[in-house]
Write a protein that binds this ligand. Structure first.
Ligand SMILES: *[C@@H]1O[C@H](CO)[C@@H](O)[C@H](O)[C@H]1NC(C)=O
Ligand SMILES: *[C@@H]1O[C@H](CO)[C@@H](O)[C@H](O)[C@H]1NC(C)=O
Ligand SMILES: *[C@@H]1O[C@H](CO)[C@@H](O)[C@H](O)[C@H]1NC(C)=O
Length: 311
């Protein structure tokens, strides 16, 4: 649904109706794409793919998960689906986590990966570093990755023509599902976790981001050995934040006060090499390339600023 610009010029009763709609669903003014076409086939298909090929140990009823999902979205108007509305759906999803499957010692290589405003680089990183777990590797994350959905005001199914913008409402159906999935993911995290933050923006660590508002609070210092933060800037800059500058300092203090052990590095060599592969002409990559030939030079690229120990 879109509200025509001319609506303010319409007679009073119509304006009232428009305002009521605007009130309950103001986000639709700036509506974007509607529900992803064939969403049911995609979600159910991905579910079967996951439990058949990716993690055959997982047992679950993909059709049942879909039914619970549909019910959660249909139960409410398109802009008003809460995390709680998805609880039945999440209950139908079996949890399978690296730390539950094997003992701590055997998980030495697996790490949970969190990120904020570094999505593209996170994907390259997860592709090259072994045994990295991201939200998208969980069943729910895998099933709903990159999809859009919302119901209709008159609850007659999904709205395939337009959905409110994701950021417009706290109870956006897509946002609420990811909040719940992120919270579950963080609560289950164990061993070493890695956090990729973007040092080229102000507030690299933001309490409004999914990491700052949901995941950080879900992490359990009893289960997590180390929080290893990697701050990464664009090769061409700007270099706004670092382990010793800006909002990341607040994050480190917060971790410290909650009893986490942490490290923070500004120039992780793996990340830098990944960036250089995508953009080898950058001047900082010339240095990087040279130091690759020279072990000592390579090590000097890695510049760990500090770490915190809590005894
Ligand atoms: C949104 O949902 C909540 C709980 O499901 C309900 O209490 C509230 O009235 C709803 N708000 C709107 C605008 O529909
Ligand atoms: C966990 O992180 C700490 C700090 O970076 C590191 O010393 C340790 O080797 C890591 N452990 C594993 C199992 O990767
Ligand atoms: C940092 O954020 C900016 C703005 O969102 C983005 O263009 C850039 O690619 C990000 N950098 C990294 C290294 O992810």
């Amino acid at each position: 649904m879109t509200v025509p610009k001319s609506s303010l010029a319409l007679p009073v009763p119509t304006v009232t109706i428009c305002l009521v709609l605007l009130h309950s669903c103001s986000a639709q003014l700036r509506a974007q794409l509607g529900t992803t076409p064939n969403i049911k086939q995609i979600v159910v298909g991905r579910c079967y793919n996951y439990i058949t090929l990716i993690n055959p140990r997982l047992r679950c009823d993909c059709e049942a998960i879909w039914r619970q999902f549909e019910e959660a979205v249909m139960r409410q108007s398109s802009c008003n689906v809460t995390m709680e509305d998805y609880h039945d759906m999440f209950n139908a999803v079996p949890q399978s986590w690296p730390c539950d499957r094997v003992s701590r010692n055997e998980t030495s290589n697996s790490q949970f990966l969190f990120w904020s405003k570094t999505r593209t680089l996170m994907h390259s990183y997860a592709a090259v570093v072994r045994d990295v777990w991201t939200l998208e590797d969980t069943l729910v994350g895998y099933m709903f990755n990159d999809l859009i959905w919302c119901g209709q005001e008159d609850d007659s199914g999904f709205d395939f023509s337009s959905c409110p913008e994701w950021s417009a409402s706290r109870h956006h159906p897509v946002y609420s599902l990811w909040r719940q999935a992120s919270q579950n993911f963080a609560e289950m995290a164990c061993g070493n976790i890695t956090v990729l933050l973007n040092g080229s923006i102000v507030n690299a660590f933001s309490r409004k981001s999914m990491f700052g508002s949901v995941e950080l609070d879900g992490l359990n210092p009893q289960r997590v050995d180390y929080v290893n933060i990697k701050v990464v800037t664009n090769l061409e800059g700007p270099h706004l934040e670092s382990c010793s500058q800006g909002s990341i300092v607040d994050l480190l203090q917060l971790l410290q006060s909650r009893g986490f052990r942490w490290t923070c590095s500004d120039n992780d060599q793996t990340l830098m090499i990944l960036q250089c592969i995508q953009d080898p002409q950058q001047s900082s990559c010339q240095t990087c390339g040279n130091s690759l030939l020279d072990r000592k030079g390579l090590l000097s690229v890695e510049d760990s600023v500090g770490s915190g120990e809590v005894q």
